[in-house]
Design a protein around this ligand. Sequence first.
Ligand code: 8YV
Length: 327
Amino acid sequence: MSKPRILVARAIFPDIVDRLREHFDVEANTDDVIWTPQELAARLADKDGVLTTGSQRIDAALLAAAPRLKVCANMAVGYNNFDVDAMTAAGVQGTNTPDVLTETTADFGFALLMATARRMTESEHYLRAGKWTKWSYDMFAGSDIHGSTLGIIGMGRIGQGIAKRGAHGFGMKVVYHNRSRLSAELEAECKATYVGKDELLRIADHVVLVVPYTPASHHTIGAAELALMKPTATLVNIARGGIVDDAALAVALRERRIAAAGLDVFEGEPSVHPDLLTVPNVVLTPHIASATVPTRRAMANLAADNLIAFFDGRGPLTPVNQPATLR
Ligand code: 8YV
């Protein structure tokens, strides 16, 4: 019997592609070309499965052009690149990579918060530019992390990881907002108190966004929300581009309506709003919150294992939908 045909849509660890070759007839994007939706559809026309990253859109048009496609394994916990309703209607299984990146991403969220509040990149640029000629009492004075109030919007696994780091490691008072309230046990573990979104924005010294992207969470933070925040506050977005109105944020940063922002994700990335590139009080990183070698390997391995388990007939390990009948 011939092996199922798989497309690995972006370059990933070569040994993990080799592992997939033991099970599948694999076409791999070894040169890491960024395909247009039409090019992706053409390559999927004869494929049974695909390993995607967050940058390939799987929607009704693509599914119509790929009639054999049965499973899409995303190498990411977020899957807003999937039109899940269209996939479910077409009988196509989707999977993601939860859990394996939780702690690494929470580490990064905390690192970005600290770098932002303590003005680490801004001061490094100053030093590298040869501008450091004398010490002064207020040079790059930022805001404290320890003992401050941390507001987390989106209290899933990563949000909980950040809450624990803040509460247990830095003695922060943690408040959170989420679609649903955590159990009393989880709230106690995270030492976190549930509040409304506006209250969180008003009282937090540092706001971290970890909410998944959906049409409902588009521009969770815009001009009106930024206006509620303290002028001394820090905003960190490690969630998705589009959760923050980047244009409104650039204005708020330039006018010092909030003190600083740390952004790992952007609307329309890899493009970055030009005004964010010219304000000094923002730390910018290129969507690397999960980027450690062990974690990226674990993500790629879990995506591969999802494909293997699906075609073995064991069922996907970490499904994102449950089509009533599969293609
Ligand atoms: C990925 C992410 O690196 O898992 C996610 O949702 O945002 C990142 O960990 C990125 O989406 C590439 O797949």
